[in-house]
Design a protein around this ligand. Structure first.
Ligand code: GLN
Length: 454
């Protein structure tokens, strides 16, 4: 813990940790030592970790990287972080992210950018987003592991950009209670770690049924680490042809082919598959996610949490809402609220929101059919490129940024588990990731397939 705290002090330039809690960390580390001395040490006991700012942590600033939650110190602990603490994990502090987890580059944060610890010729690169602080902190050895959340790729894309491992579990595996809501039907927490074994151990501690989240599943949690044998003989791996996009960089093609060859050499059977509705996933996601966000973010009204705008003489409650929300939300969040409100409005609901929901069902059905035909896991690239430069993806054209999520959003729409793992470097020496998508509730099997690729 002390070594991590020292490393964090020397790494302010990365912008990964935004609220540091060294005293709490050292106290918890001592308590963990005592537990270990008594022989009562669960797997996470004494391990120093970072927590994404989206998780409510009792008595510790929890701002979702937004101005509107400035000064918010929750009275309660999120279920997932509580489970980690109960297991003896040591929280070092809170990690930077895109505001309300909306973004793919960590550039929408009120705290400012995170810098990717990987560099090319001193060009500052994004660590990805929205869990960019988590990814950078793990990659730069500021902590052993971190929590992330993934609504449309926010664990897997930053993991790929920083050369670490991240898994988004099946929807319902981890409790959402106490995690600031973005798009409730898509949001899932998951671990971001240095390798697959760490991911298995940390996921174990994070998941399980929680009566406080009605979508949390009451199904047994197997011993994920024990399932890591590396044996994939006889497993059937699907390669979806729709993920082979026009203009895909050669090195991404090669990465994918190399991963396929590795699994084949390990004894897996490789099959070409089709997921025909893939091309509608991004548009459906960018209707459904803002729709749910606009509803979830209605609670930030200047009364219940955080920031309230200064009011002028004669201002009433409407002005208070308007001024608070105009000042408190950044541009990307405002855009999502406007898009979401529009697609849910009486005149456009059927044309946009309802249509997107139908597309979502078709996407889910594509996966079900593929799994019913005997496919055990699906292999794809995690991202269409390596990390891009900070400020390079024009803020003026949000769609360019949204395109980065092309391989990841399908998994959230279908509620499936997906893991991103480091799979090599591009020509410039930057990490690239592969993604494996699994059957619902089969994270153990999925992690084992990832383990075989490691
Ligand atoms: N980049 C996606 C978005 O901006 C995904 C975010 C996430 O998974 N939290 O919505």
């Amino acid at each position: 813990t002390q070594a991590c705290l020292d490393a964090i002090e020397g790494a302010d330039a990365l912008g990964a940790f935004v609220h540091k809690t060294p005293e709490i960390a050292l106290e918890r580390a001592r308590a963990a030592d005592a537990r270990i001395a008594q022989g009562d040490a669960p797997a996470m006991c004494g391990l120093p970790i970072g927590i994404k700012d989206l998780f409510c942590t009792k008595g510790v600033d929890s701002q979702a990287a937004s101005r509107i939650l400035q000064g918010f110190k929750p009275e309660y602990e999120s279920t997932v972080s509580q489970q980690l603490l109960d297991d003896g994990a040591v929280m070092l502090g809170k990690l930077n992210m895109d505001e309300f987890a909306m973004g793919s580059s960590n550039e929408t944060s009120v705290y400012g950018n995170v810098v990717n610890p990987w560099k090319v010729d001193d060009r500052a690169l994004t660590p990805g987003g929205s869990s960019g602080g988590s990814a950078a902190a793990v990659a730069a050895d500021l902590c052993l592991a971190a929590t992330g959340t993934d609504t449309g790729g926010s664990i897997r894309q930053p993991a790929a950009f920083t050369g670490i491992t991240g898994i988004k579990p099946t929807y319902g595996r981890c409790s959402r209670w106490g995690i600031v809501a973005f798009a409730s039907s898509l949001d899932q927490a998951g671990p971001m770690t240095k390798d697959v074994r760490d991911a298995a151990i940390m996921l174990q501690a994070m998941c399980g049924h929680d009566p406080k989240d009605s979508t949390s599943a009451d199904i047994p949690v197997p011993d994920f680490e024990a399932m890591l044998t590396g044996d994939v003989k006889g497993k059937v791996i699907g390669i979806p042809r729709e993920y082979r996009m026009d203009g895909m960089p050669e090195e991404i093609e090669k990465l994918w082919a190399d991963g396929t060859a590795m699994l084949k050499d390990a004894g897996a059977e490789i099959r070409d598959i089709s997921l025909p509705h893939t091309k509608y996933a991004l548009p459906a996601y960018y209707v459904i996610a803002p729709a749910e966000a606009s509803s979830n973010l209605a609670r930030y009204d200047g009364v219940r949490y955080g920031h309230r705008a200064k009011l002028a003489q004669g201002d009433g409650i409407t002005e208070m809402y308007e001024k608070t929300r105009a000042e408190g939300f950044g541009h990307e969040v405002q855009r999502r609220v406007m898009v979401g409100t529009y697609v849910l409005s009486a005149g456009f609901y059927d044309a946009y929101y309802n249509r997107a929901r139908k597309v979502r069902t078709l996407i889910k059905r594509d996966f079900e059919q593929v799994f019913d035909s005997g496919i055990d896991a699906i292999l794809t690239p995690a991202t269409p490129s390596a990390a891009f430069g900070l400020g390079e993806m024009a803020q003026a054209d949000p769609v360019q940024m949204y395109l980065n999520d092309v391989f990841t959003v399908t998994v959230n729409l279908a509620g499936l588990p997906g893991v991103s793992l480091p799979a090599g470097l591009d020509k410039q020496g930057l990490p690239l990731g592969l993604q494996l998508i699994g059957r619902p509730w089969e994270e153990g099997d999925l992690l084992n397939t990832a383990y075989a690729l490691e």
